[in-house]
Design a protein around this ligand. Structure first.
Ligand SMILES: [Zn+2]
Length: 627
């Protein structure tokens, strides 16, 4: 549209320069013509040459006319345009461009970009507006925009933060389908797939390593196979789009594998480039590959251990793990899939690899053909939630996930085979003995209401036993959250781990999930060691031993407008809550997440697993073993 030409400050600047040049030329050229004419006359006169004077006289009239015309041409053109097209702004912006007008146009464009960023709160729009600041010459105006953009950035940051916190349902988010684009970095071509409605949210990354057939092939060949091929046809699978950025490099030379030095370097360069260009949740980078790429997951993960939060190896032919890397591959979330049909090339080596790691439980055998393995694995949706099981599995892990970092037995976590059982020394009013609880033994207690049956607080344990066996575990989390506990000394280090983990999940988060301290409520010490009987019957509670903790006893959560208090001693309430969430491991099911991520790996039992009226979703406890 020709009319908008005057709105574009860059075009206006060009026009402004053209107009200036034309203005200079329309003066300079006639002057030059007249000057040449004058020179000819002077020369002829000085030479007293009649012939030359006549010649000069002849050219005098045309020269003067030409000079006059050149001077008038631009004005004439404008006039003609104005007469022919009276409504056009085209000539107006030729005639009227000025520095002020151009600056005003820049401000107008800036205002547009600012409003766009303000409305969309999109990182890309914000960056575009920020980049435009340099065109605003007026310092005061520029500073005003800078201030306003700062506010937008704060809003965007808040949204980003919420995206991480509300990882609950994060996998339900739909940023649309994606199209693979071809890019180059680190001497390699790679395909990258960004969801079409991606607006700068923090997204996980999935790195795909292709098989040997795609080596040295084109971008089109790459996106026609393996994970990219499945993702391109994702909409026809009936499954939800994947909220992740997918990256797939191509090994350039047919002589190379994913273990080649230059390839490893290239892969790192590509990952770093993507991390720099997008808001990648670097705590969630999943690695998956097939065949040569299945083996590649081993080589790449081994080289860049800090990058990956989960690994899926499809039809790998790596049969052995180097000794130095065993602890890494034993602890990282890892799943293997291999076809039965290729026993010598793939099945046996993979089996050996997983066997060496003591992880045969994490290896699954498939009945499909070699080439069908990626499709078969990626499209499996066993619970019908329209999210690929393996994608869900891959993206549910975060870096330094406690469940995989800690080796629950043997690193100081609770071990019921160590320690000495306490014995009950009845004396004075402490005339009862509590039941034996493995290594925690038994203690003497008094009951102020020996004939009553209902008061759970009437228990008073032997102060001497308390002094000897219960330890104070004060702790202050960096977010100001105090988690003071009083616990059994034989499980001291495990309880400290619980404190650290609770602190971690409310600060840096676990598996990319960050909860607020108020999401994890405990009623002070009453939630930990407290002298009491159990709620239902007058039975000595494990809380008296300093081996149990209650979390979120009264936590109320709203799902689809309905309120639930899932962790009270009411199994049907919990079941209704889980049904509303759609699945038990939804991040909003906090106590289940705490159980899976923190308590189970540390050797705890969860009352949420107890049947019928024993159900106790707030309760986590250590079993003292059989001693
Ligand atoms: Zn309890």
């Amino acid at each position: 549209m020709i009319l908008s030409i005057c709105d574009d400050p860059k075009t206006m600047e060009v026009i402004n320069i053209v107009v200036r040049i034309v203005n200079i030329l329309k003066i300079v050229v006639p002057i030059l013509l007249l000057f040449v004419l004058a020179f000819k006359f002077t020369k002829a006169a000085v030479a007293k040459n009649e012939e030359e004077v006549k010649k000069a006289e002849k050219t005098a009239v045309p020269s003067v006319i030409a000079a006059a015309l050149i001077f008038l041409v631009p004005t004439a053109i404008n006039l003609i345009i104005d007469i022919s097209f009276p409504d056009n702004e085209y000539s107006a912006c030729f005639v009227e461009t000025s520095v002020e007008k151009i600056e005003a146009a820049y401000v107008m464009k800036m205002e547009k970009l600012f409003n766009r960023a303000d409305n969309s709160l999109n990182m890309g729009d914000y960056v575009a507006a920020m980049n435009y600041l340099t065109y605003i010459k007026n310092e005061k105006e520029r500073q005003e925009y800078e201030e306003k953009l700062k506010e937008i950035k704060e809003k965007i940051d808040k949204i980003r933060e919420q995206n991480i916190i509300a990882s609950s349902g994060y996998l339900d988010m739909d940023f649309g389908s994606c199209k693979f684009q071809e890019k180059k970095a680190g001497g390699m071509t790679y395909a990258i797939c960004v969801p079409e409605n991606y607006g700068g949210q923090s997204l996980p990354m999935i790195l795909w390593l292709h098989g040997s057939s795609e080596r040295g092939k084109s971008f089109n060949a790459l996106v026609g196979s393996g994970l990219p091929a499945v993702v391109r046809n994702w909409s026809s699978t009936g499954l939800k789009n994947i909220p992740a950025i997918i990256v797939a490099p191509i090994v350039t030379s047919t002589d190379d594998t994913w273990g080649s030095t230059n390839v490893l370097k290239g892969v790192k360069t590509i990952m770093d480039e993507v991390i720099a260009n997008y808001n990648i949740n670097t705590k969630k980078i999943a690695l998956i590959g097939h065949s040569m790429g299945g083996a590649g997951t081993y080589y790449v993960a081994r080289e860049y251990q800090d990058y990956f939060s989960s690994i899926v190896s499809l039809s790998s032919h790596v049969s052995s793990c180097e000794e130095k890397d065993k602890s890494y591959f034993r602890t990282i979330p890892l799943k293997g899939f291999v076809e039965e049909a290729e026993p010598t090339i793939f099945k046996n080596p993979t089996t050996n690899f997983f066997s060496e790691l003591n992880r045969l439980d994490d290896l699954k055998y498939l009945t499909c053909d070699h080439d069908e393995v990626p499709r078969t694995v990626l499209l499996e949706d066993s619970n019908g939630d329209k999210i690929s099981d393996i994608i869900y599995w891959m993206l549910s892990f975060g870096m330094n996930a406690i469940s995989v970092d800690s080796d629950p037995i043997g690193d100081g976590s609770f071990n019921p085979d160590s320690g000495t059982a306490g014995t009950c020394n009845k004396h004075g009013e402490y005339k009862y003995c509590s039941p034996k609880r493995g290594i925690f033994g038994s203690f003497a207690y008094a009951d102020s209401e020996p004939n009553g049956t209902t008061n759970r607080w009437s228990l008073k344990s032997d102060p001497a036993w308390n002094k000897e066996n219960l330890v104070d575990l004060p702790m202050t989390c960096s977010n100001g959250w105090n988690i003071d506990m009083k616990m059994h000394k034989l499980a001291k280090s495990t309880w400290e781990k619980v404190q650290q983990a609770l602190c971690k999940i409310t600060t840096t988060g676990i598996d990319g999930i960050v909860y607020k301290p108020e999401d994890i409520t405990m009623s002070g010490r009453k939630a930990t060691s407290v002298q009491r009987f159990t709620s239902n019957t007058k039975y000595v509670s494990n809380h008296s031993y300093g081996t149990a903790i209650d979390i979120n006893p009264g936590g109320t959560y709203t799902v689809n407008g309905k309120k639930y208090t899932p962790y009270k001693r009411n199994k049907s309430e919990y079941e209704a809550f889980v049904a509303a969430l759609g699945r038990e491991d939804d991040p909003r099911n906090i106590n289940y997440i705490l159980w899976k991520k923190i308590f189970e790996p540390l050797g705890f039992k969860w009352g949420g697993n107890w049947k019928g009226s024993s159900f106790d979703g707030m309760h986590f406890e250590l079993d003292g073993g059989k001693k």
